[in-house]
Design a protein around this ligand. Sequence first.
Ligand code: B16
Ligand code: MG
Length: 213
Amino acid sequence: KPKAVLFDLDGVIVDTAKHHFQAWKQLANELGFSFTEQDNERLKGVSRMDSLNILLEIGQVTKSQSEKEELAARKNERYVQSISTMDESEILPGVISFLEELNENHIPFALGSASKNAPRILKKIGLYDQFHAIIDGNSIANAKPDPEVFLKGAEALSVNSKDCVVFEDAQSGIEAGKAAGMYVVGVGDSAILKGANDYIQSMEEMSLNRLSK
Ligand code: B16
Ligand code: MG
C-alpha cells in the first residue's frame, strides 16, 4: 500500500490537452504552418516555453527571446480563455471515487504538474482544497523528466520517495517519477508510454487493492 499518491494534472485528473492543442494550433497557423494532433503529443507534460521551442522547430521558424515571450503569452491568454468555462463535469472518470478511497484510508495526495495554470484549473473543477500539497510550474526550477516536481511533492507530504505512487499520462512525467524512485502508473497506452510499473487506460481501473498487489 502506498503512503502517498502524486497526481499529474493534465491528462490524469482533467483533459486539458484539447484546449492546449487548439491554442498552439492557432499560433502555428498565424506563423504560417500547420500543427497536428500528433505534433501536440510532443508537448504533453512539457513546460510552456519548451513547448513553444518545439512548435517553432516543427515550423522551422526562428524567433528572438522577446518575440518568444510574446508568443507564449499570446498562447496562454487563449488557453486561459478556453478553460474559463471548465467545471467539475470535466473531471475524468474514476478520479473522484479514487480520491475518496484515499481519504478513507488516510493516504495523503499531492499534485505534481508542469502547468502554471494548475491552481486555477483545480479551483475551476472544485478540487483545489482536496490536495494536501500543490507542486506546479510555478514552484519548480527543472521541468519533467527532472524528478524535482515529484520529489518536492513527497517532501511536502513528509513521505519517502519509494513509498509514493505517481500517476502520469506523459512520457516525460513517467521518466520524472522513475527518476524520483517512485512506483509509476502510466495513464494511457503501454505501446506509447514506456517504462511505467503499471498501466491503466483511465482512473476507473484504479483502486488501493490493485496498488497493494
Ligand atoms: P501551462 P501536466 C502540462 O501539465 C501539460 O501537459 C503541457 O501540455 C503544458 O504545456 C504544461 O503543463 C504547461 O502548462 O502553459 O499551463 O503552464 O500534464 O504536467 O499537468
Ligand atoms: Mg499530463
